[in-house]
Design a protein around this ligand. Structure first.
Ligand code: UD1
Length: 362
């Protein structure tokens, strides 16, 4: 039985690992080992996702927690290296672009152990984003690069990656959605907040470039207050954003806005129920750009760049500059927004393609 390490550290990793875990656990040629680095540790950022996605307790938990980038990366590397030396796997599978992704890749490759990167090849071309550094480093040294879309393949080929290292498998996030779609549809979060279907906008913001600087965050808060006079908003707040809102005295402005519903971060099923019922989403997340394209929901991404351009060229996503938030929301409300289509292999069967590929490599 080949050991396959599945690494998850932060919230956006759990919905990428879950379908793969469930798929691999049915195979007789491998044994998936679930490893949680502990980068995210609040119950609402971690445990809720394990429950919603039917994942067992991790086989190993590194308990890393928060810290500076170097601290977090170093701690994950040190802890994961010990595991690798005690139980060397046939493959380490890392997902996405968080610090844990890069750290585990580095630890495994320094021991000359094979690494596969799921969601490889995405590039924002903005090296001030910590995630861009993580993507670049991971893709340079991982052995096998599973990509979600043709733009990712092209990025890797342009960087000189040998074609045989690249396998396009599609978008694993949507496997998670299809896995629990019935539960998402049965969950009535909008109704419980007194909101009608397609009668509200959903907001998520957590990127350092939007939430760390007081002036930038204050301008965004003002835009939300203005927009909420046209359409009610629901805003589950990431811990990083909550801290910054409080530190800069901006939280009360949101609390006092009658049409803005603030909440703690939500689990996967409740959150996706809110996405599904929304008229539009305003976000700086990576995954939500993809989920809204899959579901045909207008997505306004408050960033200057995206590493997921296919959600713009084929989907419902548009990049929105700080001074365009209010006009873009009006555009959606006036019915003036592209309807988009689903990219190839964004079909809920990505885990099957990965399992088939991996089976030929152990
Ligand atoms: C990380 C990822 C980002 C991803 C995001 C999703 C990196 C570089 N960034 O950003 O790509 O989109 O997760 O959430 O890996 N905190 C808590 N509880 C938690 C986790 C974090 O309170 O469970 C607070 C801590 O104060 C921490 C801060 O949030 O310092 C930031 O957490 P961190 O994991 O460093 O980065 P994120 O901003 O969450």
């Amino acid at each position: 039985m080949s050991l396959i390490h599945l690494i998850a550290g932060a919230r956006p990793n759990f919905m990428k690992i879950a379908p793969l875990y469930h798929r691999l656990v049915r195979e007789d040629w491998c044994e998936p080992v679930l490893i949680h680095t502990g980068q995210h540790y609040d119950p609402s950022m971690s445990d809720a996702f394990f429950q919603d996605l039917g994942l067992p307790q991790p086989d190993m938990h590194l308990g890393i927690g928060s810290g500076s980038h170097a601290e977090q990366t170093g701690k994950v590397m040190t802890a994961y290296e010990k595991i690798l030396m005690d139980h060397p796997p046939a493959w380490t599978v890392v997902v996405g672009d968080v610090n844990s992704t890069m750290a585990c890749t580095l630890a495994a490759k320094k021991l000359c152990l094979p690494v596969a990167h799921l969601e490889a090849g995405l590039r924002s071309r903005d090296r001030t984003m910590p995630e861009e550094i993580n993507r670049l480093v991971t893709d340079v040294i991982a052995d096998l690069l599973w990509t979600p879309s043709p733009d990712a393949d092209e990025n890797l080929l342009a960087e000189g990656v040998a074609p045989e290292r690249i396998v396009r498998v599609g978008n694993i996030m949507l496997d998670s959605f299809e896995m629990v779609r019935d539960q998402v549809e049965a969950e009535r979060v909008p109704e419980s907040l007194g909101l009608s279907k397609k009668g509200y906008g959903l907001v998520t913001l957590h990127r350092p470039s939007n939430v760390d600087d007081a002036e930038t965050l204050a301008a965004l808060v003002e835009s939300l207050v203005v927009v909420s006079t046209d359409i009610p908003l629901v805003f589950p707040i990431h811990p990083r954003t909550r801290k910054s809102l409080q530190a800069h005295g901006l939280e009360s402005r949101l609390i006092e806005a009658p049409n803005i519903h603030l909440s703690e971060p939500m689990g996967y099923i409740r959150f996706m129920s809110l996405v599904l019922g929304s008229r539009l989403v305003l976000t700086d997340s990576g995954g939500i750009q993809e989920e809204t394209t899959y579901l045909g929901i207008p997505c306004l991404t408050r960033r200057d760049t995206t590493e997921r351009p296919i959600t713009v060229t084929e989907g419902t996503n548009r990049l929105v500059m700080p001074n365009e938030v209010e006009s873009s929301v009006r555009q959606v409300l006036n019915g003036d927004w592209p309807t988009g289509s689903r990219p190839e292999f964004w079909d809920g069967h990505t885990a099957d393609r990965i399992a088939a590929d991996l089976a030929g490599r152990v």
